[in-house]
Design a protein around this ligand. Structure first.
Ligand code: NAD
Length: 491
């Protein structure tokens, strides 16, 4: 069994209050991880404080060079990192390797810091007066990340934060923290000075102490909406800069002119991939028109064929969900929805995998005729469960999205440009897909939700430059101006 440590000031730090990290495919412990006490949290913050002056004074091209080297190491070690993710998270090896590649995209964006993160200068803003804006790093930044993308979400925060000259304390999910410490080791190998990136593990008390520390300047959070709101409120009340991204219930509108085979393939991959544990997975398909049955038939065939299994087993398409509580919560929501009148087009929610009977498996499941007031529709299930609704018009479909509390992503499948345009303009979500079922923008744009899917006003990735820097405006003149003037003159 592996021992996962904290990573503080460039070294592994063990702790006594340990919990087991379980393999979701087997329910067996694969590692232990310590839960940080107050002294450990304070030590991580202190290391980040001590490293700030040196790192922020390091020329930005030198900072970028560390990131370039780190990106190479990340990709060179992709298989090892993917195996760690699969063992603790459960997703397939292929999917985990894809996560590392997407994490590398965020690092690549940050490598462009010298070209991307600059202020501006205007000449002659007054008589012989110039005005410029310069961007300062903030200081110690904290990142709290979810289990579902243990490497990628952290890299969306850490990369730009470090490129901008900040130091960082990262608290990953206690459910799959192994890859995060390995990433910190690779940063050190890439030449990152000690103390610039620290990783500590813990639960709510640990996160709250990090947020409350007087040395913490900014907090980035990704996780469920209830916690996102709590973190946002706590950090904002303390006057900190904060962005907090929450849950999702992503709708896909299927117009009558969309190719039903393409739509069925896309929904199947988006909804069931990673066992439905992607914040941008489609979990509601909204069929516009008289008849949803032909599409339901195609979805049924595909859902029945999906290979459920351990993430390490070749041929597995869908692995387990992350823990026993998730498995039980998802299964009981499906059961309740069916008892309340929903039609199970396919119900594999209680399926076991031979040889892995103790694993937290939930098979692909499709529910039709779901009441929109039921938890199966209102709540984020974070499992491979598809709800299919039927509406008469595009307008009705957009209205469903507008009324839902979440607004992370939304997609439309159509060949009609006018319908796509209308959808793009009016759907209330931060990330829109047009014939794209998982519309996560590339790193050069931003990840950003609306409504209860995000609290705060800056996104991740390219939008992070403004989150991790603060502008200063300098007005200067170098000629000598004599004589007093008590008026407030126009320029
Ligand atoms: P979670 O909210 O349970 O935990 C997220 C992090 O917060 C973990 O590090 C956890 O230890 C910590 N935490 C838990 N309770 C806390 C508290 N009361 N105060 C402070 N910190 C606390 O989320 P999860 O189950 O790990 O992740 C799944 C959720 O993340 C889903 O809702 C998913 O939609 C969301 N997510 C959103 C995005 C996005 O971009 N909007 C991306 C990925 C995941």
């Amino acid at each position: 069994m592996r021992t996962i440590s904290h990573w503080i000031d460039g070294a592994a730090v063990t702790g006594s209050d340990t919990i087991d990290v379980l393999d979701p495919a087997t329910d067996r412990p694969v590692a232990t991880v310590p839960m940080a006490d107050a002294a450990t949290v304070d030590a991580a913050i202190a290391a980040a404080v001590a490293a700030f002056d040196g790192w922020s004074a390091t020329p930005m091209s030198k900072r970028a060079q560390v990131l370039y080297r780190f990106r190479e190491l990340l990709l060179a070690n992709r298989s090892e990192l993917a195996a760690l993710i699969t063992e603790e998270h459960g997703k397939t090896l292929d999917d985990a390797a894809g996560e590392i590649s997407r994490a590398a995209d965020s690092v690549e964006l940050a490598c462009g810091g010298p070209a991307l993160a600059h202020g501006s200068t205007s000449l002659q803003t007054g008589p012989n007066i110039d005005t410029k804006s310069v961007l300062h790093p903030l200081g110690v930044c904290v990142g709290i990340t979810p289990f579902n993308f243990p490497a990628m979400m952290g890299m969306m925060m850490v990369s730009v934060a470090l490129a901008s000259g900040n130091t960082f304390v990262w608290k990953p999910s206690e459910q799959d923290p192994g890859v995060c410490v390995r990433i910190a080791e690779l940063f050190r190998e890439a030449g990152l000075p000690d103390g610039v990136l620290n990783v500590i593990h813990g639960r709510q008390d640990c996160a709250e102490r990090l947020i409350d520390s007087p040395d913490t300047e900014a907090v980035a959070f990704v996780g469920s909406s209830t916690v996102a709101h709590a973190v946002y409120s706590r950090a904002a009340a303390a006057g900190k800069r904060v962005q907090a991204f929450g849950g999702a219930k992503n709708h896909m509108i299927v117009m009558p002119d969309a190719d039903p085979d393409v739509v069925a393939d896309q929904i199947t991959s988006s909804c069931f991939g990673a066992a439905g544990q992607r914040c941008m997975a489609i979990s509601v398909a909204v069929v516009v028109g008289d008849d949803a049955e032909p599409l339901l038939e195609k979805l049924k065939v595909r859902a029945e064929q999906v290979q459920l299994g351990a993430g390490v087993t070749p041929g597995t398409e869908v692995g387990p969900v992350v823990n026993r509580q998730s498995q039980e919560r998802i299964r009981s929501t499906v059961k309740d929805a069916i008892a309340a009148g929903a039609r199970a087009v396919v119900d594999r929610s209680t399926e076991d995998v031979p040889g892995f009977e103790s694993g937290y498996f939930v098979g692909p499941t499709i529910l039709a005729d779901v009441d929109t007031s039921s938890p199966a529709y209102r709540e984020e299930l974070f499992g491979p469960i598809l709800v299919v609704l039927r509406v008469d018009t595009l307008d009705d479909g957009i209205e469903l999205i507008r009324r839902h509390r979440y607004g992370n992503g939304a997609s439309i499948f159509t060949r009609d440009g006018a319908a796509a345009n209308e959808f793009e303009r009016r759907a209330s979500a931060g990330m829109i897909g047009v014939n794209v079922a998982i519309p996560v923008p590339v790193a050069a744009y931003a990840v950003q939700g609306w409504k209860d899917s995000a609290f705060g006003d800056t996104g991740l990735n390219n939008a992070s430059w403004s989150f991790y820097t603060r502008p200063k405006y300098v007005t200067s003149r170098w000629d000598s101006v004599s004589g007093t003037d008590f008026g407030f003159r126009p320029n």
